[in-house]
Design a protein around this ligand. Structure first.
Ligand SMILES: [Zn+2]
Length: 386
């Protein structure tokens, strides 16, 4: 077999559904995609390892390595997609369809099955004997739901590399910063009773108003710090959903609220959660009880210095200035593994997570060239970070 052409690889990956979702009705295995990638990588001479997730063995990460030694480069993408409704699409979401000469439509075409087609095509230009430092292609599971694939890589302490490129769709602009995200559910428990005598109970809605007051005060303080590289320069806190009580003539016994917090680089999610919990407790009428839990595990914020070698290299190779984005990625997990990490991939995030997702042949071809130049610089010439 020879390696299929870039677009044919993407067509084949798009045709294999790999939805991940916290909702078990939508959640699927990513094994077909990972196994296909492993097969192509092995064909190119990579040692491919398919590692099932401890949290769900029907899913797996791929770690495929060409060459040996210390340092080197990782090109990483996630193999899952968000769920979709075929009804909203102009084309079949699982059949890569070309329209308007060069625009390829399909679920995951931009986010981010297109990346794997480009990365493998770039890798095919190198043989193990060319490389002074290893090249690794990583495919993670569950990025769109829990990020358990990346969390497992971090727990396993691999892959170790000098530089990681996460190929999320950035229009091939090097991205060096994004916010982190926390999602919480806070529940206030009081005591219900007849509304005619407030002394008979403890009203959880009144209590929730105290909680909301504390959250709003916290938000105002968070907003004082700014990072002007972001479209929204401050941290944000959004009150998303509230429910509680049953009828107007009954003291409300229980009320729950969900919110999300988007934090700036430098704000640690665990510390922030502890601060929030302390504030909420302090604000609440002591006759009421409050619990605060994570709806999903937090994603840390990400930032790498503008002057770092990995950023400088991608600035040079793309001809584009690094910037910040408003979405979260697996980059902070690779950074925690010790690699200089930059996000740079084909396609636009604006078309991801919605019907008629697409990527252009032009972006894919440019990605192939940029990844090949990055591999050459880091793994052959020994440029970039050490
Ligand atoms: Zn993505």
């Amino acid at each position: 077999m020879s390696l299929p052409e870039t677009v044919e690889m993407i067509r084949s990956l798009v045709a294999e559904p790999s939805v991940s979702s916290p909702d078990p009705r939508h959640d699927q295995s990513n094994r077909a995609v990972v196994d296909r990638l492993a097969e192509w990588a092995e064909h190119l001479g990579f040692r491919a390892e398919v590692v099932p997730l401890a949290t769900d063995p029907s899913k797996a990460n791929l770690i495929a390595t060409l060459g040996d030694g210390e340092g080197g480069l990782v090109l990483s993408g996630h193999t899952d997609t968000v769920p979709t409704e075929a009804a909203g699409w102009a084309t079949d979401p699982w059949e890569l369809t070309e329209r308007d000469e060069g625009t390829l439509y399909g679920l995951g075409s931009a986010d981010m099955k297109g990346f794997f087609g480009a990365a493998l095509t770039a890798a095919a230009r190198f043989a193990a004997g060319d490389l002074k430092a290893p090249l690794t292609i990583v495919g993670t599971a569950d990025e769109e739901s829990s990020m358990d694939g990346a969390r497992q890589l971090l727990a396993e302490g691999r892959p170790r590399a000098a530089m990681v490129v996460v190929g999320e769709p950035t229009g091939l602009v090097p991205v060096r910063m994004h916010k982190g995200i926390l999602m919480h559910r806070v529940e206030v428990e009081g005591r219900s009773g007849h509304s005619s005598n407030p002394a008979l109970g403890a009203n959880a809605i009144d209590g929730m108003m105290q909680v909301i007051g504390a959250l709003q005060a916290f938000r105002a303080e968070l907003g004082e710090r700014r990072e002007d590289a972001f479209e929204v320069p401050g941290a944000t806190l959004n009150l998303g959903r509230i429910e509680g009580g049953d009828s107007p003539n009954r003291i409300c016994g229980q009320c729950a609220l969900t919110y999300d917090v988007r934090v700036l680089p430098g704000m640690a999610p665990a510390q922030l959660r502890a601060d929030l919990e302390a504030r909420v407790r302090a604000a609440l009428d002591p006759r009421l009880r409050v619990t605060l839990e994570e709806l999903v595990e937090s994603v840390p914020p990400f930032a790498i210095d503008e002057e770092a070698e990995a950023v400088a290299l991608l600035r040079e190779l793309t001809g584009r200035d690094p910037r910040a984005v408003m979405f979260c990625t697996e980059a902070p997990f690779f950074q925690e593994l010790g690699a200089q990490t930059v996000i740079c991939g084909p396609g636009s995030i604006d078309v991801a997570h919605q019907p008629d997702e697409h990527v252009t042949r032009g972006q894919l071809q440019e990605a192939v060239d940029i990844y090949a130049q990055t591999i050459h610089a880091v793994c052959v010439e020994g440029r970039g970070p050490r």
